[in-house]
Design a binder for this molecule. Structure first.
Ligand code: AP5
Length: 209
């Protein structure tokens, strides 16, 4: 199963990708997590990506496409993968189309006003990437990741002005992909305002229909 997760920043792509990766036993590949891991390790890629991420802008295609192509060529991807946050531009989608035939592009639909509320309460694990929320997904021990025990943080790009910029960038550059995959008859749209579990169940039901 080769899946793409589309959706605005904060729509729940990471949350759903983690669950779907477990369900289908395939790797979850998040370009955002890859950039953040590079930033933590202070690699040249991470430092370059930070210039864009902190402003709510997309990292240029030339830094992003080869990274994903190399990752999906690895052995653990032989039975498929879930791409979370890639492609995000029509150029990225064209590059992917050239290499692989994906099975479906899942669009997790959430209105902008809900996104702003979600981002304000988001906490993330800097170690394993697991997302939490102060109201909807509270860790068992306050401020600590249930999965790996690391201390949770607030992402720098979750500041309110940056979230608004990310939403504008999403509407301008990423939303056209909904049409792109619609034309290929690969689009699966789900209501992302339902509970986390309901969204997962809706995705699996539609993929298996
Ligand atoms: P990335 O890390 O991919 O950020 P994003 O797309 O903006 O998405 P988020 O991670 O913010 O949100 P999400 O949809 O995963 O939601 P989550 O599950 O966390 O990218 C960051 C940056 O990297 C980009 O801005 C860009 O600069 C760069 N980048 C990455 N990929 C790139 C690419 N391909 N090209 C160029 N640049 C790229 O959920 C959000 C919150 O809501 C959480 O608190 C969660 O607990 C909660 N929540 C989730 N589901 C529900 C629900 N159903 N009900 C209630 N709360 C929920």
């Amino acid at each position: 199963m080769k899946l793409i997760l589309l959706g605005a920043p904060g729509a729940g792509k990471g949350t759903q990708a983690t669950r779907l990766a477990e369900h289908y036993s395939i790797p979850h590949i998040s370009t955002g997590d890859i950039f953040r891991a590079n930033l933590k390790a202070e690699t040249p890629l991470g430092l370059k990506a930070k210039e864009y991420m902190d402003k709510g802008l997309l990292v240029p295609d030339e830094l992003t496409v080869d990274l994903v192509m190399d990752r999906i060529a690895q052995e653990d991807c032989v039975n498929g993968y879930i791409l979370d946050g890639f492609p995000r531009t029509l150029n990225q989608a064209a590059a992917l189309d050239e290499k692989v035939a994906i099975d479906a592009a899942v669009d997790v639909e959430v209105p902008d006003e809900d996104i702003v509320k979600r981002m304000a309460g988001r906490r993330v694990c800097p170690n394993c990437g697991e997302p939490y929320h102060t109201e909807w997904k509270v860790p068992k021990k306050e401020g600590i990741c249930d999965r790996c025990g690391a201390e949770l943080i607030i992402r720098k790009d979750d500041e309110p002005e940056t979230v608004l910029k990310r939403l504008t960038v999403y509407h301008d550059q990423t939303q056209p992909l909904i049409d792109h995959y619609g034309k290929q008859d690969k689009l699966v749209a789900v209501d992302g305002t339902l509970s986390v579990e309901e969204v997962t169940n809706a995705i699996i039901a539609k993929l298996e229909a």
